[in-house]
Design a protein around this ligand. Sequence first.
Ligand SMILES: [Zn+2]
Length: 153
Amino acid sequence: MPEIYGKLYSHTFERSMMGAGPVVFATWAWVLSHAGYRDLVNLNPKTLAQQIGCTTEEIERSLEYLCGPDDYSSSPVLDGARLERTGPYEYRVINLGKYNSGSDDIKYREQATERQRRKRRRDAGLCESDGCERPPVSGAHVCSEHAFTVENQ
Ligand SMILES: [Zn+2]
């Protein structure tokens, strides 16, 4: 699994969450960094309180704030709330794509890794299918057995 991360926009401090308090910002940074390319995060307020260095109650208040309406948001979804509680310890980041275009970077890196893997196997004279020790069919990147099972890219 690739290392996950999130992007934090500078306008978060100047507009929508201005003056919300350090724990709200810390909680939001935690959520974005853990959301990665999924929009659901598993989040235990007790664990967050330990990691951030505050009380569990402060984390719970921050989560309430982040699940509340955002007057500055142009999103009509849930009055512009940033988070939606979907389970006892599960939250959905609303509009993750808006906050986190980093998910494209992760996809790009995964594709680049896959291209490198295929190139290494081609350079070694092997079929591109992982673990296959046969040489590729002349003019192709895979052996006769994998010719119809490996996606051509
Ligand atoms: Zn093969």
